[in-house]
Design a protein around this ligand. Structure first.
Ligand code: B12
Ligand code: SF4
Length: 500
């Protein structure tokens, strides 16, 4: 007798594909980030603990398009599908869900993630193929929801969701946030196909591999206007240093991980916790390196020194811009003088420093762009990222500028690589030109190039990735010439993205 879908307890989690590489530039894949969704790893562990059988599809990392993901799901026919949604991936996720629903309408499709935490109702209204949305953290809500679904009971008893009842969308009261992060089971890394080998971060973002990501705290009390903090909210909760150490030990012993990337918003929020973790690492023989992100006002020379001793290899700072006026407009508490001091202290402690910047924020002018161009050259950073300002739903600035000069409201393009909004007095051509100028002004410095050459020689894996990238680039150029496109890589007539 065939088992019914819902009694199987099978749930497949999906990180949907999203556009992060322009058509024609597929060779960039060799050097980009391939980190899995930690959220899905936590959820898989939580439902497994309750007796369900989870598996995970990392579409982008496995190089799958929506059609291929749908085909896999249809063949596996799980009881439930759990999709994680960033704004950029919503349309592709809906495409997958629609295909699955056409074949197996009984499969329950549950969505969650940063986009749902800020835009749950709008998304559910727009996409009837999603059955249920889980708002904010999912580890406690999802197992309770699956139980109710299997028992055919009333979903209005489950807090923190939007569900469909007699054709109407019903939202239940918010679920409590998880206070004790230590009580959560370890993320289910064992469910990732080919973990850890396939999951490398971007080139030059790690000194040794294999690599894994970890999160040691959740929540951020600040309100930088460009940032979407809707998933974890303002209350900071943290794992104990002992639990963080245990997770690192587990990664090292079970998977041979040698470098950990902490992706918390405020890794250094507590000096005491940071120092305790450093002590545990120094006293151990783990020999792992790690990197983290930090606010510029949370680093101090004494802490940096201990972090270095404990294996800290790189700190990423959200420096954003070289203009204090713009920082103020962003309601970012830092000032460029504090940023400069933090970067200098970090470099002096022997820790690499990565600056995260954005271009095109409301209020950007030719003068602020010049200030950023000069600022990035002045700082002893080892690496920098520049993203094109994007008003993500859930960020305070999204509400401010909605309906004003938003050139292009496409969720599909919200990946930080498109200027979707235009500051007054600047053209997109100027922004794009300055984008190139800032990056090349930084990377063409001799001291920066030296560091990259040294790193390629010390860690040949980077060199191999670089060679593959360059090989791909040359092949793409050649193909373009043969096809009469004169070496232009971007495909003409790109498909039109759906509107918001
Ligand atoms: C690490 C990270 C990355 C990594 C890994 C991405 C990944 N797939 O997880 C990389 C570098 C690849 C990345 C890339 C991008 N990122 Co990013 N990233 C983060 C960061 C710093 C941490 C994410 C994390 O691991 N959190 C910890 C885990 C446990 O939480 P979680 O994934 O949110 O999952 C929980 C809940 O959301 C919920 N949940 C999630 N999925 C589901 C699914 C179901 C079914 C259910 C029930 C519940 C549920 O339950 C989970 C457990 O509690 C966040 C900032 C933040 N504070 O979250 C930004 C953030 C998520 N990124 C963001 C953005 C914009 C991007 C990019 C689009 C562009 C960019 N600027 O880098 C790309 C697109 C990536 C993609 N589609 O996969 C935004 C998202 C805004 C938005 N509305 O879309 C954030 C919020 C940053 C910010 N503050 O603005 N990112
Ligand atoms: S940018 Fe950093 S400090 Fe500011 S709100 Fe976002 S997570 Fe918090």
């Amino acid at each position: 007798m065939q088992q019914s879908a819902s009694s199987s307890g099978k749930i497949i989690f999906v990180n949907p594909p999203y556009e992060r590489i322009a058509p024609g530039y597929e060779f960039v894949r060799h050097i980009t980030n391939r980190s899995p969704s930690l959220g899905l790893l936590y959820l898989a562990a939580a439902v497994r603990e309750q007796g369900y059988s989870p598996s995970i599809i990392e579409s982008d990392i496995e190089n799958l398009d929506p059609e291929q993901v749908a085909t896999r799901l249809i063949a596996a026919r799980p009881a439930f599908i759990g999709i994680t949604l960033f704004t950029v991936g919503v349309w592709q996720a809906a495409q997958i869900a629609r295909r699955v629903k056409q074949r197996h309408p009984d499969i329950q499709i549950i969505v969650g993630g940063p986009h749902i935490s800020s835009m749950a109702m709008e998304t559910m209204q727009r996409f009837p193929e999603f059955d249920i949305a889980v708002i904010h953290e999912g580890e406690q809500v999802l197992p309770a929801l699956l139980r109710e679904l299997q028992n055919g009971r009333d979903l209005s008893r489950i807090a923190g969701i939007i569900h469909r009842h007699n054709g109407e969308l019903q939202q239940t009261p918010p679920a409590p946030t998880i206070s004790d992060l230590d009580s959560l089971p370890l993320p289910a890394w064992d469910l990732l196909p080919n973990f850890p080998d396939t999951y490398l971060p971007a080139i030059y973002d790690y000194p040794q591999s294999p690599v894994a990501t970890l999160v040691a705290s959740r929540g951020c009390p600040f309100l930088c206007k460009f940032c979407d903090t809707s998933t974890f909210g303002a209350r900071v909760r943290a794992n104990s240093p002992e639990k963080v150490f245990q997770m690192m030990q587990h990664l090292s012993q079970e998977f041979g991980i040698r470098h950990v990337q902490f992706v918390d918003d405020l890794f250094l929020a507590s000096k005491i916790r940071t120092l305790q973790l450093c002590d545990l690492l120094i006293a151990s023989n783990l020999n792992m390196t790690w990197s983290c992100t930090a606010r510029v006002d949370t680093v101090k020379p004494d802490v940096l020194k201990r972090m270095k001793q404990a294996g800290c290899w790189e700190i990423s700072f959200g420096l954003e811009t070289g203009s204090n006026e713009l920082l103020q407009k962003m309601e970012k508490a830092a000032r460029i003088e504090v940023s400069e001091q933090a970067v200098n202290w970090t470099a002096a402690a022997g820790i690499r420093c990565k600056g995260l910047f954005m271009l095109g924020y409301p209020g950007e002018t030719r003068d602020t762009m010049r200030q950023t161009r000069e600022f990035v050259r002045r700082l002893p950073m080892t690496t920098m990222n520049l993203s094109k300002f994007t008003p993500y739903p859930g960020s305070p600035v999204y509400q401010d500028i909605y309906g004003t000069r938003i050139r292009d409201d496409h969720w599909e393009k919200m990946n930080g690589m498109n200027f979707l909004w235009q500051p007054e007095g600047l053209t997109i051509q100027e922004l794009d030109q300055e984008y190139q100028n800032i990056l090349s002004g930084f990377y063409r410095q001799r001291r920066v190039m030296h560091k990259y050459v040294a790193m390629s020689l010390r860690h040949p894996q980077h060199l191999i990735r670089l060679v593959r990238f360059l090989g791909g680039y040359l092949l793409a150029k050649l193909r373009s010439h043969i096809n009469g496109h004169r070496g232009v890589l971007t495909e003409a007539g790109r498909k039109q993205a759906p509107t918001l």
